[in-house]
Design a protein around this ligand. Sequence first.
Ligand code: SIN
Length: 315
Amino acid sequence: MNEQRLAVELPGLTLKNPVMPASGSFGFGDGRIALENDLNQLGAVVLKTTTKNARTGNPQPQIAQFPEGVLNSVGLTNPGVKAVVQQKLPALRTKYPDLPLIGSVAGESVEDYMIVAQQLAESGLLQALELNVSCPNVAEGGMQFGVDPRTITKLTSLVKQQVDLPVYVKLSPNVTDIVECAQAAALGGADGLTMINTVYGMRIDPVTRRPAVGNVMGGWSGPSLKPLAIRMIYQVAQQVALPIIGVGGISSAADVIEMYLAGASAVQVGTAQFSDPLACWHIIADLEEELDKLQLTSLTELRNEVKEGFLNERR
Ligand code: SIN
């Protein structure tokens, strides 16, 4: 493998390849798949969203799987920032001294976000933060903040003043104007964007006549999200000069290429891991062959090919 072909430089992040598990898929690197496999082969790892206090999450079932996707109403289950900083992060960092780690931040209030961001940053164990302003499974904070451009700007700017790490804002697709939200993050001083989080959805079990997840509604993810993610990434990439980490329905190296062609500079993989727990590793292994097929020397070359003006070609 020619390492340079897949290498990616993003604010605060030097990645050997563009593929990272999305927040929530690998916990804090302490789940079975993470423990049994070499995380050093991944571009980076995004940790489970962390809040000020521990959260047990929403009523069970928190996850419902369907052939066409997954509905989750997890509710940001995590042990709280103190336990993350004192136990989870040191254990992961000791095992992987050089692996780029991205902390994910959420809270019920702006102050919560600032406290969590500050404590994660002060650990000195992370390369970047992702602001989760898009979780649809919590009553306060999360998506409630991420659908209001003024709140996105305020939150991003306050967190940026608080920490000495690059900040990526994870945007919600549950908005009318995604470009306005991305511009709001840029105005607040974001270093990059992660997009998109899950679509707010609902399923009902015909046998039990009950909602499929305990919190009634939840976040829908999987391959059916990809066209929406591609559209939103494309729209934002045309208007906002921030690097984009693309997420939404990626399950193959071809999907990574498509995300790049929309304007992404790296990707996160989430739901694909339900059917293939080693999806990140498999996608990385296939990427060079995919570049060969397209006669591309590197991902950077591909990134430079992003077309401007598809919209102007419409009749
Ligand atoms: C959750 O924990 O509810 C899922 C994470 C998210 O939607 O951001």
